[in-house]
Design a protein around this ligand. Structure first.
Ligand SMILES: O=P(O)(O)OC[C@H]1O[C@H](OP(=O)(O)OP(=O)(O)O)[C@H](O)[C@@H]1O
Ligand SMILES: O=c1cc[nH]c(=O)[nH]1
Ligand SMILES: [Mg+2]
Length: 209
């Protein structure tokens, strides 16, 4: 399974800033968007291009453009919305399908409550957006939904991923690619990533405490 831990200094610097517990909602949200943009840059590096031509200032110029790529972004509610503006900054024409899943705090199993995907999923590359890949239950359930809709090319963008979540994905959907700013050490006894970011949804939406 392809797993890319993005080592770029800007990614590492910004993720380091996000780890500070005292960040304001504004700061955390801004950094989440910026790291999401940089992950998008990495995750789209293999998009196919084709030759094109434009009328330049001194006459015709041969250029390259992205070849027929139909990208659909799939933010997982709620925390995935925090990455959406940063990804749209680079792919402003992308369609967006939304899935709603929340972990049951006792069992850690994902509970689905919403699904609104774009049409013709069989023709699209899906970029799943979620700040945290913890046990992997939420991601596996999301990939199940996308594949049931016909999608065959799926990548996931995460600010932080746990080894447990990566292993769970590899066991169920090894064809899915993972792009993350960090593969952290492990999960704690209640399923939070260590050192992680804490509750990313609460930090993005300002609902802590
Ligand atoms: O890998 P898993 O163990 O499934 O956990 C990861 C999920 O948990 C968080 O969402 P949460 O359930 O807190 O929902 P929220 O986005 O509404 O806060 C996170 O944003 C992921 O979606
Ligand atoms: O560490 C974690 C795990 C799941 N969800 C979060 O927001 N953080
Ligand atoms: Mg949450």
């Amino acid at each position: 399974m392809k797993v890319v831990e993005v080592a770029h200094p800007l990614v590492q610097h910004k993720l380091g800033l996000m780890r500070a517990a005292g960040n304001s909602t504004k700061t955390f949200r801004e950094l989440a968007g910026e790291v999401a943009t940089l992950l998008t840059y990495e995750a789209t590096a293999d998009l196919e291009t084709e030759e094109a031509s434009v009328d330049g200032w001194a006459g015709p110029v041969t250029t390259r453009r992205i070849k027929g790529a139909k990208i659909t972004l799939v933010p997982i509610l709620r925390a995935g919305l925090g990455m959406l503006p940063g990804v749209l900054a680079l792919i402003p024409a992308a369609k967006v399908g939304v899935v709603g899943l929340q972990r049951d705090e006792e069992t850690l199993a994902p509970v689905g409550y919403y699904e609104k995907l774009t049409g013709r999923m069989d023709e699209r590359t899906a970029l799943i957006l979620d700040p945290m890949l913890a046990t992997g239950g939420t991601l596996v359930a999301t990939v199940d939904m996308l594949k049931a809709a016909g999608c065959t090319r799926i990548k996931g963008l995460f600010l932080v991923a746990a080894p447990e979540g990566i292993a769970a994905l590899e066991a169920r959907h090894p064809d899915v690619e993972v792009y993350t700013a960090a593969i952290d050490a492990r999960l704690n006894e209640v399923g939070y990533i260590l050192p992680g970011l804490g509750d990313a949804g609460d930090r993005i939406f300002g609902t802590r405490g």
